[in-house]
Design a protein around this ligand. Structure first.
Ligand SMILES: [Zn+2]
Length: 131
């Protein structure tokens, strides 16, 4: 089956980006199996249903894996790349900001922050204090 809407202005990526621009972190939730997924798609990856609706997520998550990407200080220094499992279930690649990349550990509780650049909106995480 082909879906000609996949790359249109109203495709799942565009909706995801538009929500982030409005400082809303929302993900598609399947109304058939009640699971969230990421990246946003037009079909539920769990059960194949097309019945999806956008719902806000808490932004809370747990570090599933973490890596330090080494970079010379003059090029911005080391940074962190991680997989975070959201409270709602989906796992997303991101980074943990606000702490030394090396102390980020698997199982750390983190919270999402929306970053709006000039032409990009994306989600990074910071450690959840007092977790
Ligand atoms: Zn489903």
């Amino acid at each position: 089956m082909t879906n000609s809407n996949q790359f249109s202005d109203t495709g799942p990526d565009q909706i995801y980006q538009k929500n982030l621009k409005n400082n809303q972190f929302e993900l598609p939730k399947c109304t058939s199996c009640a699971k969230f997924h990421f990246f946003p798609r037009v079909v539920c990856p769990h059960c194949g249903s097309f019945e999806l609706e956008w719902q806000p997520v808490s932004g809370k998550g747990e570090v599933y894996s973490t890596t330090t990407v080494r970079r010379k200080p003059e090029r911005g220094g080391n940074y962190n790349v991680c997989l975070v499992t959201l409270e709602e279930g989906p796992r997303m690649m991101s980074r943990v900001d606000g702490v030394d990349s090396e102390i980020v550990s698997i199982g750390d509780q983190v919270i999402a922050n929306i970053i709006n650049d000039d032409n990009n909106s994306y989600v990074v995480f910071t450690p959840l204090k007092g977790a």
